[in-house]
Ligand binder design. Sequence first.
Ligand code: 6PG
Length: 246
Amino acid sequence: MAMTPADLRVYDDESALASAVASAMASTIAEAMRRRGRCFVALSGGSTPRVLYRTLAAEYRDRIPWSQIDVFWGDERFVPATDLRSNYAMAKAELLDLVPVPANRVHPIPTTHESAAAAADAYQSRLHALLGDTWPRFDLMLLGIGEDGHTASLFPHSPALHARDRLAVAVAPRADGEPARVTVTMPVILAAYNTYVLATGARKAPAIARALVSASLEDCPASALRHSAGTVTWWLDRAASQSTNN
Ligand code: 6PG
């Protein structure tokens, strides 16, 4: 597959970074509206996107056609929607309760099924139903990166990395006390028209450097983004960009 050259955007701090990403999102969403009259966005989890979601809610309530956007998640922890670890709960509190996305256009990864595997099946059916039977292509896929190079909930050396015939899979708990997870698969990520990877802090610099230059899918799942069918933009603060010569 063709190699997608890395597009790095580096900002002094997370506030400047969030402002730049929010502005770019508005353009990417407008492009999707021109392309297909609607827009499918997959939100990322973890803590990094919180400032971005707050910026979108505060400054883009009237500058993005929220009523035309279908909101999904790239991954979710298999915990109740009220749990502080829930990616859905964070996005709901910081963004979705504050902008006019219709409730029927918000598609959380379900976490009330009897298992994460059943939840993955249900989410996969929802993706097929809404994004069509061909391979679903998100207009915008937001991702983070872990210090180990994981993205979404695709972790190094995980069987989930090799799921090719599924849109979503369950991921077993990584350690005692940690929840199982549900994640979209790498083919779904790589099919996105536009992917934004957001990362801040020096702790992420080594994983970002590995993802950009060498590393294998097994050792650093985020390195697979170089094979994306769409655009990939790395949105970093200065600390996270330390090892990328930018
Ligand atoms: C999750 C995320 C995960 C996250 C990275 C970075 O559910 O945890 O999807 O891939 O983006 O772990 O997390 P932080 O933003 O908290 O550093």
